[in-house]
Design a protein. Structure first.
Length: 398
């Protein structure tokens, strides 16, 4: 009898634990946010949220409504502005599925520390979303555009950042954890990729914008923003942004082009690896950048005989020289114009020689500006494609 009573009590305890989830949130009670825009305003901050219209996203037939809706409020703080959204949004704001945060350029120049603080503290937000800067515009303009292919503009930006970073290389993804690590590090400064609107942002909000074969308004990602502490201080161009990714070992695949007689040759980099080494020589820090890249010939737009070994050797030298020139360009730009160690050279010195770093870190901006950097590139062409000779050569010889 005692065993029966014990079993019954245990059953009641287990059953009470499985009856429901105390923190449940029903789908018809929440507004799912996929993107947030933060801008500076005269009252403090302007927060824009992009909320999914679930009936339109999941429905089998279109109702004629947009897939996402943008709401916007201002407040003395970011958190206050987000709570004020409840006066317009009929459901509870739910940010667990956040994919993208866009920060207006004006606010980024003033400082993004407060933005990072609020989204690092929020218990509902996962840490795998990306951040970007609205280059030359407001964040609310970015979130106001209807995008083709991707129904959700926030998803479009995050997917484009990932795809471009994997196959093109002048852009990169940055998560909240990566940004915080760079901001608190003594030997590395933050960066964020830029995103901008082409065309008219107001016209881009209309559903008719994505009904055209060539939308007149859209969103593009381009270039990397350089920060010092938490403030945006300038931009790298496309070539310099690619050089940054080479140095920081973020190039997975990209394209390298260089001139040849009356045209250009394109090599598709299929893999690349960078190793940084820091040394102290006569009391001065030095950095060695060692890049190993492999590529395939993608296009030959000139008379260039790939059947000859000496031409293959020449092609390897051009490939190597092009990568080295890209890296040299970004180091020169950042050292001369920004004096901001976005490459993490200080962290390399710290790892290699903690004692020397203890002395250098107080004046690292000045040390970085005059830092001697050696670049070693080993680049090899692996495949020439399914043909050896160029059609251009055949055509011109006719």
């Amino acid at each position: 009898m005692k065993k029966v009573i014990s079993f019954f009590i245990m059953f009641l305890i287990i059953n009470s634990l499985l009856t429901a989830c105390w923190s449940r949130k029903e789908l018809n009670e929440i507004a799912i946010v996929t993107a947030i825009g933060i801008d500076k305003s005269k009252d403090g901050y302007q927060v824009s949220v992009q909320i999914v219209n679930p009936a339109e996203i999941a429905g089998k037939t279109s109702t004629g409504r947009t897939e996402v809706i943008r709401f916007m409020k201002t407040g003395d703080t970011i958190f206050e502005a987000m709570r004020r959204l409840s006066t317009d949004v009929p459901r509870r704001i739910y940010v667990a599925h956040l994919r993208q945060i866009v920060i207006g350029e004006e606010l980024a120049k003033e400082g993004i520390g407060k933005v990072v603080d609020v989204f690092s503290r929020h218990h509902e937000i996962r840490s795998d979303f990306f951040l970007a800067v609205a280059k030359g515009s407001k964040a609310y303009d970015i979130l106001n555009v209807q995008t083709a292919l991707e129904k959700n503009p926030g998803t479009k930006i995050s997917n484009a950042l990932e795809t471009s970073g994997k196959i093109w290389a002048p852009t990169t993804t940055v998560t909240i954890n990566e940004l915080v690590t760079s901001m608190i590090s003594k030997g590395k400064e933050p960066i964020l990729t830029g995103v901008y609107v082409y065309g008219n942002p107001e016209a881009g909000s209309a559903y008719s914008n994505v009904q055209n074969v060539s939308p007149k308004t859209g969103i593009k990602i381009d270039d990397i923003g350089v920060f010092k502490n938490d403030k945006l201080i300038g931009w790298l161009n496309e070539k310099e942004s690619k050089g940054f990714n080479y140095i920081t070992d973020k190039v997975k695949a990209t394209i390298v082009t260089f001139p040849c007689e009356d045209g250009r040759i394109t090599v598709a980099t299929i893999r690349s690896k960078t190793k940084l080494k820091g040394i102290m020589e006569k009391g001065k820090p030095k950095i060695s950048i060692n890049v190993t890249s492999e590529g395939n010939v993608g296009e030959v737009g000139c008379k260039f005989d790939l059947t000859k070994p000496e031409k293959i050797k020449e092609l390897n030298e051009k490939y190597q020289k092009s990568i080295k020139g890209t890296i040299e360009a970004v180091i020169k730009k950042v050292q001369e114009d920004y004096q901001s160690d976005i490459f993490g050279f200080g962290e390399v010195i710290h790892r290699e020689n903690p004692k020397a770093w203890k002395r250098l870190q107080q004046d690292w901006d000045q040390e970085f500006a005059k830092l001697e950097v050696t670049i070693n590139v080993k680049a090899e062409i692996r495949r020439l494609g399914t043909i050896n000779d160029s059609f251009q050569k055949e055509i011109q010889e006719q």
